[in-house]
Write a protein that binds this ligand. Sequence first.
Ligand SMILES: *[C@@H]1O[C@H](CO)[C@@H](O)[C@H](O)[C@H]1NC(C)=O
Ligand SMILES: *[C@@H]1O[C@H](CO)[C@@H](O)[C@H](O)[C@H]1NC(C)=O
Length: 328
Amino acid sequence: MVSVTVAVLIFSVAFASAYPANDPVIGTWSEGLRYDYLEDDAGNAHLVDNWLKISDYDKLARYNPDQSNQYHLFTRANPSRSQVLVLNNAASVTGSNFSRNRRTVVLMHGFAGSATSSFNTAVLPAFLAAGDFNVIVLDWSAGSSWGPRATQAGQAGGRFINWLNNLTGATANNYILCGFSVGGHGVGHMGRTINGNVGYILSLDPADRWDTNLLFRPSDGAYTEVIHTNGGDSGWLNPLGDVDFYPNGGTSMPGCVTSLCNHNRAYNYLAESLRTGGFTGRRCDNIHHAISGHCHGATLRMGGPNPKPGSTGLYYLVTNSREPFSRG
Ligand SMILES: *[C@@H]1O[C@H](CO)[C@@H](O)[C@H](O)[C@H]1NC(C)=O
Ligand SMILES: *[C@@H]1O[C@H](CO)[C@@H](O)[C@H](O)[C@H]1NC(C)=O
């Protein structure tokens, strides 16, 4: 079995970027321009073709996330070296540090990401600092260079958790699913696939240019929260959860000059909220007020390790331009 030491491995993805002229276009997966530049977690730009071609259907048919998804377990007993849990291999679980008596966090990276994405290296240690969790890092790098595969990768993740729960007696309510960017939609599909109601789902700046039929939904878990930090650019601007936070208006973050920096702030804020709390938001009457920051309603804290069942609405708050980001 292969294990990953998250802090040490260097992110690298190889891209095949041939768009043969004899590859007929048969549809689109998002509106707008055919070609787009998207940045991966490391800040490298990749040319992405938003139109579906015969070759994409062919690749999609061969993509089997039930086989290619990898599940790296971290706990306080093994905080930096993972134990790999393998679907239909009970010994991989019973021989690991997984405990059904702990809550389980599942982390789902974004476009062109992997187990070693900066999203994982920021959020994994923050969860282990916040509580005695099982943390499972889902590595779907076999599919992540084509963003829409987050849907299939998330569904396969849900099937894996159903198997894990059947084996161990863990229940959906004790799960926290946390996804970033396209993974922010993927965790919605994971939640829908899991038997029972997932206790807490966090969608961090869920990606823009996403099929409106496949968006994250408030009903994907018992409590769902979305943090918007680059809405209308890399991220989806409109509300998608039970609760939606619009720090600094949800699009441009203080201290950032690039879209990638704005986008990544979503997990920087979450990581800080897990370690030290803070980030008190004020409820807004509507999306316009959330974007413009005219919000004077009830308070609610963003992120953190515990769900806020029953809470709904849009919230605004202001952050500092660097750590500590929270103003309390
Ligand atoms: C964690 O797993 C390792 C490897 O199986 C084992 O040696 C260790 O005792 C476990 N630790 C705890 C606290 O269960
Ligand atoms: C889990 O157990 C239920 C009830 O026994 C069964 O219907 C289901 O197929 C099982 N799912 C998996 C993924 O093993």
